[in-house]
Design a protein around this ligand. Sequence first.
Ligand code: FAD
Ligand code: SF4
Length: 621
Amino acid sequence: WNIICPESRTPDCKVSVRRSHLRKESLPSLGYTRRWISSSSVNSSLTTHYTVHPREKDSRWEGVNMERFTDETDVLIVGGGPAGLSAAIRLKQLANEHDQELRVCLVEKASQIGGHILSGACLEPKALNELFPDWKERGAPLHTLVKEDVFGILTKKYRIPVPMLPGLPMNNHGNYIVRLGHFVRWLGEQAEQLGVELYSGYAASEVLFHKDGSVKGIATNDVGIHKDGSPKNTFERGMELHAKVTLFGEGCHGHLAKQLYRQFNLREKCETQTYAIGLKELWIIDEQKWKPGRVEHTVGWPLDRQTYGGSFLYHLNEGEPLVALGFVVGLDYANPFLSPFREFQRWKHHPSVAPTLEGANRISYGARALNEGGYQSIPKLSFPGGLLIGCSPGFMNVPKIKGTHTAMKSGMLAAETIFKKLKDGNHKPVTKGLHVPEYEVELRNSWIWKELYSVRNIRPSCHVLFGVYGGMIYTGIFYWIFRGMEPWTLKHKGADHSQLKPAKDCTPIEYPKPDGKISFDLLSSVALSGTNHEHDQPAHLTLMDDNIPVSRNLAEFDGPEQRFCPAGVYEFIPLEDDSGMKLQINAQNCVHCKTCDIKDPSQNINWVVPEGGGGPAYNGM
Ligand SMILES: Cc1cc2nc3c(=O)[nH]c(=O)nc-3n(C[C@H](O)[C@H](O)[C@H](O)COP(=O)(O)OP(=O)(O)OC[C@H]3O[C@@H](n4cnc5c(N)ncnc54)[C@H](O)[C@@H]3O)c2cc1C
Ligand code: SF4
């Protein structure tokens, strides 16, 4: 029997279950569920991953060598995004300035640094100016200074311009339009030049702990496992990386961060994190319509006023008439029939958008979740042996739709506080893994805190009267005039997964068919993300209970996972004997956006890392 803990919903949770409670009838009353696992049901089940079906109990794994090679470093960083790389760079800058030996290792799950990065992106260069005041001479790929910034409300047929007053959070004066993946690749080159060891194609799959409970490091994922969960002849155990301190910079909704929240109770004093999904495409357009440096944002159509979201369209100056465009939908939406992907496709047909795309060529597609909880949802950031940086805890400035500058600054502050502590000869560590609470103090004193505090009420104000438009009125009054100094802090609605209404209470949404010129279907879109996973491996979209997708999600919510996944991973198909439906998981399509882990109304999906290197292969998204 596999006992599923009600707290963590994972079978490997360390909550102890008294033997007397193991009787079948006691479990439901305690909130536990139990599932019989035999090797035959493991083989035929959707979820064959060892995080759900432990290998110790599986006869197919008997005698397989599970020893792991171990390496030691001073500082270990998980995730080669803006946060992780800025931390790595700052650590080596300080070590070199002080002529001190310091080994800094960084693991990144994409096969190339930048390959899993997806953003808008309008970059506020504040943190970059601090990290590399000479970034221009170093050839940072910031080629497009914003020249024109427009904002509008869309109705079905019209675009109502809204003045972009100086001082509003959406104002982009002084910012650069970038391909964030390219910028991150450049950060990676700078890090390597400074002596950081970068290991791309290695996903951190597990957090390791010392006996005293502090973080010891991570293990990279095992490779060479068949789809049915049995070992291949090529099976190779991952390796352990131990460090004095480990920084977790996995980006929005990190799967190791989820473990850490539970282990150290880090979310005890903050609000639930809330999210949005962002979908993006790159297009080469007609040169006559190209306006390098122009930034366009909209709210409104095709979303109703209760659904938070909007669009962006940026004209880049990268030697060809390139535009980046995308659509963001708040994951607190209620109607399970809503498809963020199809809303995005529909938006491109608006009379104010379509002319730019007519006769143009779409070259790339992708999606990624982003944090929306802001100031209210920042968890505790330090714990013995580790720190959380960047969008993993969530330093996104939501009304600005910007988190790169805050992610970078948080990484830099983490680096500075760690370096100070390591350098301090008198410091006597209490735990084996170094505890650096000073990081939180520095963060609170930094511009990140001031910035996030000032915009804290803008997103939650959209839950009050008039939805998104209420939020705009609130911004006009309290942000523009009082700069967020109002003495109250509004609350979020709660967790996004609990906002879906039953299908019977909602109206199905009729989406127009894609025309294949401006709007497209899901599969041809995913093909443009370069996504690839080794097919013969256990699905990394693990289900705590394989029955729930049909018995609850389909029955009650009409299977929302088939709509909120932007890559067509979840499909409900008829059973062979036509007696009902079953879920099919096309895990190889997954673009690692994390939306399913966030929005699944049953919270039955746990995204885990696939074999290293798998996932999208974005080129400058
Ligand atoms: C649609 C969209 C539009 C946006 N627009 C803007 C904008 O215009 N301006 C702006 O400033 N910000 C924007 N943002 C936000 C910005 O992209 C993020 O704030 C920023 O990328 C956060 O940096 P990060 O390093 O914390 O995380 P990420 O950029 O997400 O990087 C995390 C890295 O960690 C890796 N990783 C994750 N888990 C593991 C693991 N277990 N093992 C190894 N590696 C791992 C990932 O592959 C990734 O490379 C936007 C975001 C989205 C989704
Ligand atoms: S399976 Fe989940 S993480 Fe993967 S693309 Fe779909 S929603 Fe995103």
